[in-house]
Design a protein around this ligand. Structure first.
Ligand code: SAM
Length: 217
């Protein structure tokens, strides 16, 4: 508990953490480029970023793009933000919020790309609406993505992956749906897809294959 509180206090002082209580939290919508990143580069979100490994890995691969990890857990964001600071990555920031209210922070078309990395699978039928690929979340992604923007999903979970394919096959406006049940054995594999998060490593160690899909909205 003490460690968490120490991390929360550090987040308050970190310039690369945008959270409630900071001025930018209420004024950043539509202004990420001019008020935070101070450039006109693309903006890429990692949804449910946890410790931010994907955000950091992508930002290192593409210094000419801006990366934002979004998660509700401050102690996890703390880790990514500390790493970004240590690596002096000026193209990385973290936003602490619920994904359900992303439209409070991004104007229509402000985001160029979205990554969903190992989202909670929510296997119970009663929890389907909380899956990060449920149509109500796709509506939110569509509202903030630039037209034709890409969404990527990596997961170890077969039920979640099958559900995602079912939703996306029927969702109006989904284009260029590509998928693999085992991305490391797929022609789709790339340097971006080789980045491993904390959860990916845990699941890979247990022998789960990593599933991947992408689509445009
Ligand atoms: C299974 S973890 C995956 C973390 C990281 N992407 C990884 O692969 O290591 C799911 C993450 O999503 C975050 N999360 C779940 N539901 C959320 C919500 N509604 N809003 C914001 N973050 C959420 C959790 O706090 C957690 O860090």
């Amino acid at each position: 508990m003490r460690r968490k509180q120490h991390r929360f206090r550090e987040n308050e002082a970190r310039a690369n953490v945008i959270q409630e209580g900071k001025e930018l939290f209420d004024t950043i919508k539509g202004h990420w480029r001019d008020r935070y990143f101070k450039n006109q580069n693309d903006i890429v979100l990692e949804i449910g970023c946890g410790r931010g490994e994907y955000t950091i890995g992508l930002a290192q691969l593409h210094p000419g793009r801006n990366y934002l990890g979004v998660d509700i857990k401050g102690d996890r964001i703390w880790k990514g933000s500390k790493t970004a600071e240590a690596l002096q990555l000026s193209n990385v920031a973290f936003l602490r919020t619920q994904i359900q209210v992303l439209e409070r922070f991004f104007a229509s078309g402000e985001v160029n790309e979205i990554w969903l990395t190992f989202p909670d699978p929510r296997p119970k039928k009663s929890d389907i609406k909380r899956r990060m690929i449920h149509p109500r979340f796709i509506e939110i992604y569509k509202a903030i993505l630039t037209p034709g923007g890409t969404v990527h999903l990596k997961t170890d979970n077969q039920v979640f992956f099958d559900y995602a394919l079912e939703v996306l096959s029927a969702y109006p406006g989904v284009q260029n749906l590509q998928c693999s049940q085992n991305v490391y054995q797929s022609y789709l594999i790339s340097e971006e897809l080789k980045i491993k998060t904390h959860y990916e490593q845990l699941f890979a160690d247990q022998g789960f294959t990593i599933k991947y899909l992408s689509f445009q909205l």
